[in-house]
Design a protein around this ligand. Structure first.
Ligand code: HEM
Length: 243
């Protein structure tokens, strides 16, 4: 197994002939940051899906995540770095690819329909980042303000946990629901290629395992964004207005 892995890494290096070794390093770092974001997205989805199942459990988990030292001061800064790194490195590698083979790239574009999603990674990635700007404005910035500017770490509003109601309230607006849902479609397209591509870049290229990884990638790319759509629509349909 170790032997096969070493050969796969070697093959990846060979396949990338013409690129400098530091370019391969950058591609690997891109794949690693992609893995990391895949793991984040899974946990983010799981926690947010709790809001559909139980208001109480969602509130408890949100409060734990929002007040835990490790999550707030170690994992969250690493996550922010990972997001920015993934965006900037993605733009850099895309630019380098296009400069290295502009003519061939256009021919491939015209001929190979199956790689439409892979050729659109920059566009879908930038759309996700635009969504993140809105998403941070909606959720993350108000949360930081309440906790670290107003100094209120209680998580309470009128004696009750405020997290579920705040989330529900955001999705009262049908336009926000629509924008989020469109963004989740871009997310799905991005993951469709990104999932299996990060494994490939890491050198996992195996007759038996690669088709399984591809299948897992498709399932992940459909189930997670569809689940996010469901969360947004659920909160729009079951709007709760506090008196
Ligand atoms: C219906 C879907 C979603 C809901 C309801 C949701 C909800 C939330 C909430 C409530 C927060 C604030 C957490 C806190 O700081 O206390 C948050 C933060 C965040 N969300 Fe989402 N989110 C959704 C989809 C997404 C997607 C698709 C992505 C990535 C593509 C994403 C990325 C982030 C990031 C990076 C943060 C800041 C880090 C964090 O606090 O965990 N979210 N989201």
């Amino acid at each position: 197994m170790n032997h096969t892995f070493a050969i796969n890494i070697f093959n990846t290096f060979k396949m990338s002939k013409g690129l400098s070794s530091s370019s391969i390093g950058r591609k690997l770092m891109m794949a690693m940051s992609g893995f990391f974001l895949l793991v984040f997205l899974l946990q983010h989805f799981t926690i947010n899906f709790l809001s559909v199942i139980s208001e109480e459990v969602f509130n408890e988990v949100s409060h734990f995540m929002g007040t835990n030292f490790l999550v707030q001061f170690i994992l969250q800064p690493i996550l922010m770095f990972g997001v920015v790194f993934h965006l900037l490195m993605g733009m850099y590698l895309d630019r380098k690819n296009k400069l290295a083979r502009p003519v061939k790239y256009e021919m491939e574009s015209a001929n190979n329909n199956s790689s439409w999603i892979s050729r659109s990674m920059l566009i879908t990635g930038v759309m996700i980042m635009l969504f993140l700007a809105l998403h941070f404005y909606d959720f993350w910035i108000p949360e930081i303000k309440i906790k670290y500017i107003d100094g209120d770490m209680s998580g309470l509003h009128d004696g009750k946990f405020r997290y579920w109601h705040e989330l529900n309230h955001k999705f009262h607006d049908i336009y926000r629901v629509a924008i989020y849902c469109v963004a989740f479609v871009f997310l799905s397209l991005h993951l469709m290629h990104g999932f299996q591509s990060s494994f490939q870049t890491a050198g996992v290229n195996h007759a038996k395992y690669t088709p399984i990884i591809k299948l897992c990638g498709y399932i992940y790319a459909v189930v997670i964004p569809a689940g996010f759509i469901l969360i947004a629509i659920y909160h729009h349909l079951f709007r709760v207005t506090l008196l």
